[in-house]
Design a protein around this ligand. Sequence first.
Ligand code: PMP
Length: 359
Amino acid sequence: MRVFNFSAGPAVLPEPVLERAAAEMLDWHGTGMSVMEMSHRGKEFISIADKAEADLRTLLAIPADYEVLFLQGGAIAENAIVPMNLLGAKKIADYVNTGEWSKKSIKEAKKYCSVHVAASSEDENFTYVPPQSSWKLSADPAYVHVCTNETIGGVEYQWTPETGAIPLVADMSSHILSRVFDVTKYGVVYGGAQKNAGPAGLTLVIVRSDLLDRALPITPSAFHWKEQAAADSMVNTPPTYAIYIAGLVFDWLLAQGGIAAIERKNIAKASLLYDYLDTTRFYTTTARKADRSRMNVCFRLHDESLDEGFLKGAKAAGMDQLKGHRAVGGMRASIYNAMPIEGVRALIDYMKAFEQSHG
Ligand code: PMP
């Protein structure tokens, strides 16, 4: 029996995607082999990768002057790959610190350059996004880096920063494909696939072509955006099966009506859960209302000693992976694209019943 899986990632995938992958497992389109067994340079796999890229471009309205790369290493690797590819002759990069994932990006970037923290919400325990009016950019940064959805703290940008001529770089790992955004406001967008796009092992990188000439000479070929762009992301063997599944997810998203349609569903799911959380004192939320994440809903029980019983009861009722990240504790319901609204309703029903029996 399938459960409602609230994991932050790897996370729930659309059931039709899993069913199609299962049906095609042994024999993809009459080839007599699984996608996993195909050469990445054969025409069959190239057709899969080309379609995945074309569909992603359609979904996100990615203009022709942006490269789409299917890489490996995840967002953690990008924390190093971003400065290596963008510093050029510059020595400073600006970062906005909104929580655990920003902190990791900053720590890694310090190996390659001086990091200037342009704004931080550490003063209030990373419960909000510092408004752009409070940002203090350095004089000549190579780029400005943001994490637009903090998966652990449950804080999300509901607006797009404006950095003018300075390239804006965003780690969108945990909300890419969940909402409409304007790619042209960004120099680089990257994210691990394992939340809204597919399985772990694939990293999406969308980079404006004019930024491809800034890589440091030490940049490894597998992580060199210009080399990867020239080789259609095949400098090394790409994560073929993960690209295939992501392609099925993109197909599913198009069938749902695209990103605007899925965003409406995501708003409905998040509102349902937050509206309920706002009616009770048994559960509390930490993120500032205006900056709450639609994808990662973090909450706490008013009495921590009930946490274990809450999780045990949820699991027995068919709801898994609700435990918050160890860095912050509490609970976290990740409600990505593939989580149906029925899952959110079931969670609220369970939370109400738990409050009644323990309140
Ligand atoms: N950034 C964000 C916002 C994330 O949510 C995650 C993973 N949870 C990471 C970076 C790290 O991704 P990975 O482990 O795939 O490198």
